[in-house]
Design a protein. Structure first.
Length: 133
């Protein structure tokens, strides 16, 4: 049984705001609002690439900036509802091409929150990745 709260919804909204920020200053502010200072982000490796396993605002912002460089013109959108209880939330997402609406990448993330509702840890899972990405 889920006990989804505004806290979980707010954390997910801040997460997507950070992932969709493209201006370096806006990205830095969005990451700081979403993640605790010691927060971390871990994702499996895309085909042929290294996994993301970073901590701290600067490294998280660098991973997000690299995703925008690799997929220019794409935005991260929620896929389904946020599900959460206690200090943990999970939600699906997809990477959508704003020009044609295609979504070649999709995944699922599990986040742990601190007492202030900021992300302490993200564990990402990739469900759909294009060949060679």
């Amino acid at each position: 049984m889920s006990v989804n709260t505004d806290r979980h919804q707010t954390a997910a909204a801040r997460y997507f705001e950070a992932w969709n920020a493209t201006d370096p200053e806006a990205l830095g502010k969005a990451v700081a609002a979403a993640w605790a200072p010691e927060g971390s982000y871990t994702d499996p490796p895309p085909e042929g690439g290294p996994p993301a396993d970073v901590a701290g605002h600067a490294q998280i912002a660098a991973v997000i900036a690299a995703a925008h460089a690799r997929f220019p013109g794409f935005v991260f959108r929620p896929l389904g509802a946020v599900d959460g209880h206690h200090d943990t939330a999970r939600f699906g997402w997809e990477l959508v091409n704003e020009a044609d609406g295609s979504a070649p990448v999709a995944g699922f993330d599990v986040v742990t929150l601190d007492e202030e509702g900021r992300i302490r840890r993200v564990l990402g899972f990739l469900d759909r990745v294009p060949a060679g990405a």
